[in-house]
Ligand binder design. Sequence first.
Ligand SMILES: [Zn+2]
Length: 300
Amino acid sequence: MILKENELELGTNKCNFCYSNLNNKRKVYSAQKLPIVNYYFCNECYVCFSNRQPKDTSLEEIYSPVNYSSSLTSSDDLTVKLAKRIAKQISIKKDNLKEIKVLDFGGGNGNLSKKISSELLKLGYESKCTVIDIHNSIQKDDNIEFVNAKEINKIKNKFDLVLASAVLEHLKSPKAILDKLIQLTEKKGFFYARTPWEEPLAKFIPNYKLRWPRHLFDMGGDFWNKYLSGYNKNKINIIWFRPSIIETSIYNIFKFLASFVLKSIAVIELFLRNLFPKKNPSKIPYFKLVGGWEVLIQIK
Ligand SMILES: [Zn+2]
């Protein structure tokens, strides 16, 4: 999709995530030529970002439920797989039985929340969900409350599980939201995020397209490592730090296999390097063609 001049905000001289100056960046990808929109890599926070962003009016149209549905809310297989993994991990770490309060930022029609609730129930936990998004497309469900994204700062209570699955990259100012979501995570609660890491793929594969104008950011392992290092080790415990779940349906067999192989190479590399942690202490693979990254942290 190509946006016209009147659909774009003015270009910025700063990184759109950490707001450091653009003299500390390098161009990695051209999103469109007329008017020019480029993605740059920020050498401060290691995010990759588009130097121009769509105006709010353009975003309204791009994300109107008529034009947009995310892979997670539309694919049941993927949602169930992710819900199972998250619910299982939480049940291992949770120390007392009670109702789990779930906050799903960018949760769309509430599909992920519903699936996590049902997986938690199988494991013996009741849950109550709050979905935050720009449009309410949730079918009536007494277990799910909807909050408009504009009202996020009115939320005062904390949650046992906060989700930001494939959403941060769509935001114009993700840092404030990311900080807020971690703040909203209860002590001993969990924060999960999944973001694209496609910049290495765009460098390697000719004609690979970053998902402009929906993805305004690309946030891989390097970014998450830097971001999480800003938190005191006594405050958070990193449980998952790894290539994200395969997003492609198995019915798209070629893409599914490619995704499986690429992610597996990185996982095997990390596994082998972790056998000798003193020689190769790193959580980020040299092999970065994984397409996406996921983190699960627990607040201490
Ligand atoms: Zn930055």
